[in-house]
Design a protein around this ligand. Sequence first.
Ligand code: AMP
Ligand code: GLY
Length: 433
Amino acid sequence: MKILIIGSGGREHALAWKIKKSPAVKELYCAPGNGGIASIAHCVAIDPNDIEGLAAFAQEEKIGLTVVGPEVPLVAGIVDAFEEKGLTIFGPNRNAARLEGSKVFAKEFMQKFGIPTAPFKVFEDINEAMEFLAVAPVPLVIKADGLASGKGVIVCEKIQEARDAVQQIMGQKIFKEAGSRIVIEEYLFGEEASILAISDGRNYMILDSSQDHKRIFDDDLGPNTGGMGAYSPAPVITEEMLRKIGMQIMEPTIRGMHKQGAPFKGVLYAGLMITDDGPMVLEFNVRFGDPEAQAVLPRMKNDLVDVLQASCSGRLDKIKMEWDKRSCVCVVMSSGGYPGDYTIGKEIKGLDTVKESQIIVFHAGTKKEGSTIVTAGGRVLGVTSLGNDIEQAIARVYKAVEKIKFDRCFFRRDIGAKALKHLHPSPQTTMRR
Ligand code: AMP
Ligand code: GLY
C-alpha cells in the first residue's frame, strides 16, 4: 500500500520511521517532509494546508492511507474532503476536530459531560471580560478560542497581565478571528502529563503515558515553546491514575462526542494537570503530540499501520496494544533565540557520528542542501534514546546530543529530571509524608 504523511516536524519523522517498519507499506510519501524524512520517504512539495492539492495527489497516486500530523488541516476539514473523494485518511473530521479548534467548544463539552477541567467563563465582549477581571482572583489563564500556533494561552500571575492579554487578544486582535471569543479559567496547580488515545469513534485505546517540557529553559522557566523534550512512560501516571483518566476523561469524551453526532476518530490527546483532586484537562488536541510522538512511538510494539487502519474502519476492538517496557527520552535541539527570533541555514555537523542502535535522531526544522543538512526552523532535531530505565535513556540521549553541533544550538539539560524525582524522592519529601 502507498501511504502519505502530512506535515514536516519531528512528529512526522517519528510517524514515518514507525510506519516504514510495517510490511504493509510499499511506498511512503510525506508532504512536505524535511531533511531527515527525505532519507526514508518521497518528499512531495505540497503545503499541509493545501487540502485540494493533497487530495488530488492522493487520488492520482492511489494512496491507500493518509496520516495527518498537524492540527490546522484537521480543523479545516481535510478528513471530510478526503472521505468525500472515497480516500482513507486517519484523523477526526471537522466536527470532531473542534475539540482542539475551539477552546469554547471543548470547555462547554467538558462541562456538559462532567469531565474534570478548570472552572471557566467565556467572553465575547471585551468590556465584560475587563469587568470580570476587576473581581477575578489571580493566577488565572486566558485562552483565545481558536488556533493560534500554540501562542493563544497566557498564564497571568498579576491582574494587569490579564488586562493586557485581553486587550491584545480582543482589542488589538493579535490572533485575528481566533481571539474573537476568549476563555478565562482558574489556574490549576500540579504536574502536567500527556495522555493520548486512539479511537475509531466508538472504541478507544489509551497509549502509554508521556510528559512534555513546554518551557524553553531548565526547571520549567521562560516562555512556552512547542515542546523542548519528552519522555515515556511518565511515572506521575500510576496505574490508579491511568484508570481514573480512562473513566473520568477518555470514556466520557469518546461517548459524549458520539452522542453529539460527532464521533471522534483519530488521536485524542488530553493535556492534563495531575492535581491533588485528580486528573484535570487543560486542553484537548486531536493529533499526536510533538515531541511526545518521538518518545512514545519507539516504545510501541504494534504495527502502527494496523492500528491506524483499524481506527479508520471502526475495528479497534480487534487490536491489543503492546509496549516495550524500556524508557524513551527525546531531547529537542533548537535554534538559539527560539521561541523568539532565530536564524536558519546553519550546517548541522556530527549527525553521522551518532551510530548507536538505541539512538534515533528525528529531524524537525531541517533541510537537505546538496550533501549537507542545514537548520530550517526553531525546533531542529529530536534526539531520542531508549534505555532499560529512564536513567540509562537520559545518559545515552545526552551523550548523543553532545556529538551534534550547529551554530547557536540550544537544548534543555533537564529532560527526564521530573521522572527521576518520582522514582527517587528526595529525603525531605520522604520525611514530609
Ligand atoms: P494549553 O495549550 O491549553 O495546553 O496551554 C498551554 C500551557 O498553559 C499548558 O501546557 C499549561 O502549562 C498552561 N495552562 C493552560 N491552562 C492552565 C490552567 N488552567 N492552569 C495552569 N496552567 C495552565
Ligand atoms: N507537545 C505539545 C503539543 O503537541 O501540542
